[in-house]
Write a protein that binds this ligand. Sequence first.
Ligand SMILES: O=C(O)C(=O)Cc1ccccc1
Length: 272
Amino acid sequence: MTAVTLGPEGTYSHRAATAVADDDAIDFRQSVTSIVDAVASGEYERGVIPIENSIEGSVTESLDALAEYDVAVVREIVTPIRHALLAQGPAFDTVASHSQALAQCRDYLEREYPDATLEAVASTAQGVEFAREDPTVAGIGHPANADGGNGLEVLAEDIQDRDSNATRFFAIAPAEERSTGGGKTSLVVYPDVDYPGLLLELLEPFAERDINLVRLESRPSGQRLGDYVFHIDIEAGLYERRTKEALEEIEALAEDGWVRRLGSYDTEHVVE
Ligand SMILES: O=C(O)C(=O)Cc1ccccc1
């Protein structure tokens, strides 16, 4: 199985991707959008992207890419995230990491390094790479990024603001591989209409069939201010009759809009 994920080597996405493909079959890209694009065009069999974090919430670039490209979600991988501060030594004035990692360590950074400049870069491992090249930069990432005598020290471990920090990743595949089996389903709904009670009406078909909603996020459609795309996760499989019926009703309500069935899957927990 070939896979593509957020690089360089050593990101949390890379660690999650090893649950999907052999390490030597994993390639790296610098943005979620380019990963989704590469899978949609059939260049790779799988892509692994971060979706949501327990402290910081949605990875908005991922949601937007799933609304834009026609790909299937085939697996959900949840991993605990424990961040370390990595640098050549204590003489740094800049902390470079993925925006989500900086946000997950906000209180720690404010408390311990109130004067440091925070720099958002493409990934945690890219911040670590900058730290390896420059003694004035520290990175935040998985502590294993300092393994192998590469000139980096682990200055602090477990610096995330909550011990329970966890991230949910999706494994995506070309659209033809959409799976209907599995107990959870991800959907994207763009109603393209607006009237009082629309959202209530969109959700009623689930409630009426006893389908539990486990996530609801809105993202700007990009068309005009105040126009939204809804990302909905339900505890039911696409193969189920009640899911099919609910989605047909929602499609009728969405009029000129659309409903995208990303796929059904079971949650997997990867503990490292
Ligand atoms: O930058 C990474 O390592 C990623 O894979 C994105 C990310 C950042 C912070 C927590 C989880 C995933």
